[in-house]
Design a protein around this ligand. Structure first.
Ligand code: URA
Length: 234
């Protein structure tokens, strides 16, 4: 791959800017400064540096973010900050998208990618990827509410019943549950359908991939091939 093309693919900007970086001597490959935009490099596993920062070539990027409260999952948020403020601009430049959405007041695991096919695979309604949440409620949770969630609740303007699985009551006001669809405000609407209300909502897991405790709120990490396998697990 031509060096300027590689830089464009990695988010360093349009062709002119990438060519300028190379001609300035800001780009090194295998420790050698490359000043020719026509130089070809093998991108597979390539480590290169731009302005002394080392990067690894990635054909696509996959990220997990521990979302704090008060961030919208949109490039142009209406009332709050954007989750895209929490990831590097280089990644945004290459077309990073959020995989589904969390409400601004929901915390926890949200994924990002620039791989449209992968995004579609994870969000397609037919895939039923499991999403696990920790919910605290305004009123005490009773056995009837848990039963209703397990059996399925009807939601206004939606067809069929919406069920939660793997229900675990942690304490009087706290519940863990898994849902297998991803409709708008699904958990809040399901809890409301039982006569209770959500106080806080945190997503802890997608598929078999659990948000690591070491990933602090507002921090992100790359997902590697082994992580992607766990995410697709149904
Ligand atoms: N369900 C909700 O109600 N809100 C979220 O952010 C995610 C799932």
């Amino acid at each position: 791959m031509r060096l300027d093309k590689l830089l464009i693919s990695q988010g360093f900007g349009p062709r002119k800017e990438c060519q300028f970086l190379i001609e300035l001597g800001a780009v090194s490959v295998h420790g050698e400064v490359c000043k020719s935009i026509k130089q070809h490099v093998d991108p597979k596993g390539l480590e290169y540096s731009v302005n002394d920062t080392v990067y690894q070539y990635r054909e696509n990027v996959y990220l997990a973010l521990n979302k704090p409260q008060g961030y919208e999952c949109s490039h142009r948020p209406d009332y709050h900050l954007s989750v895209f403020d929490l990831v590097p601009e280089l990644l945004i430049n290459r077309g990073l998208q959020a995989v589904g959405r969390l409400d601004q007041d929901t915390t926890g695991l949200i994924l990002f990618t620039d791989d449209g096919k992968w995004l579609h695979g994870l969000t397609h309604p037919k895939k039923h990827i499991a999403k696990r949440y920790l919910v605290t409620t305004k009123d005490p949770i009773d056995a009837t509410q848990i039963e209703q969630l397990a059996e399925g609740v009807a939601l206004r303007n939606e067809i069929g019943l919406y069920k939660a699985t793997d229900l675990v009551q942690v304490d009087e006001y706290t519940l863990q549950l898994t849902i297998h669809q991803g409709i708008y405000h699904q958990v809040k609407r399901m809890i409301a359908a039982t006569g209770n209300a959500v106080d806080t909502l945190h997503r802890s897991q997608i598929g078999e991939w659990v948000l690591p405790e070491t990933l602090a709120e507002g921090e992100w990490q790359y997902l590697e091939a082994s992580d992607l396998l766990k995410l697709q697990h149904q």
